[in-house]
Unconditional design. Structure first.
Length: 272
């Protein structure tokens, strides 16, 4: 085989290879995502509610990252106990493994015990409002921790498809006394997973608090004994200072009753 023939053969092989490569690339195109079927608000709301089964008790260990403004994130561990529609109990443990604080939240009260500074607070949800720079109450806090929606009376509602997710938009009446800011109305936007109808993103904004909102991103869920519970979530409070709270749920137990102890030593100082 002479040199010219070998050269022509090599050129032919390269040309054929290139032709195959480019024609194959043209044939491998990303599959277009099927457009979501339009559904009514009532249909989507019903599917969202059915995606979650109610339970009485929950206990979980939490891994928490807390960042306020431009400060460095603070890493915490916590144990949470919850009795549905009644009480939330949280024991916070920093890196050294000793309980630093205990929080007990009921439908009408907030109790904070600081073991490091040997003091405590007893009061209403105005305490959390000042600490978190946003308006919050028991119903909202419980709903957000469990991946549920806030259920105030509806004034107006709408549903549409938004970026391959279902979007529910609600204007709600805040019951008298439930808003620490004095707002009468709340806007709630919920982005639903089109397959599971679990909440992917939730946004809350009160009429009396311009420039402030609360966003929750549910990055992943888990199934525990047939119940759907968040696995990883992030709370973003957009207020005077932006607050980002990332939570990972670990070792979750469902419907196992636990106590909610809060004993305040006599030598602790009451702040409020």
């Amino acid at each position: 085989m002479n040199r010219n023939y070998r050269s022509l053969l090599l050129i032919g092989i390269l040309a054929g290879g290139l032709f195959f490569f480019f024609t194959a690339c043209r044939s491998i195109r990303p599959l277009a995502r099927k457009a979501l079927k339009e559904r009514t608000f009532d249909q989507l709301y019903g599917k969202m509610v059915k995606s979650k089964q109610p339970f009485s008790y929950l206990q979980a260990k939490l891994s928490i990252s807390y960042q306020k403004g431009n400060n460095e994130p603070v890493q915490l561990r916590a144990q949470m106990r919850l009795k549905n529609d009644s009480i939330i109990w949280i024991s916070i443990v920093p890196g050294m493994g000793i309980e630093a604080a205990r929080v007990v939240l009921t439908t009408d009260s907030v109790k904070l015990l600081n073991r490091l500074k040997k003091n405590y607070l007893l009061g209403s949800y105005h305490l959390l409002d000042s600490l978190m720079h946003t308006s919050i109450n028991y119903d909202i806090l419980q709903a957000l921790l469990l991946g549920n929606n806030v259920t105030y009376p509806l004034i107006d509602s709408a549903a549409k498809v938004d970026r391959q997710q279902y979007l529910l938009e609600m204007k709600m009446q805040i019951p008298a006394g439930d808003s620490v800011s004095g707002s009468q109305f709340m806007t709630q936007k919920i982005w639903l997973d089109p397959e599971t109808f679990n909440i992917k993103t939730l946004l809350l904004r009160e009429s009396n608090m311009p420039g402030k909102d609360l966003q929750i991103f549910y990055n992943k869920y888990q199934k525990i004994d047939g119940y759907t519970i968040p696995l990883k979530m992030q709370i973003v409070i957009n207020a005077r200072q932006k607050i980002i709270i990332s939570i990972t749920y670990k070792k979750v137990d469902i419907n196992i009753p636990h106590g909610f102890p809060l004993i305040i030593p006599g030598k602790y100082k009451k702040l409020i």
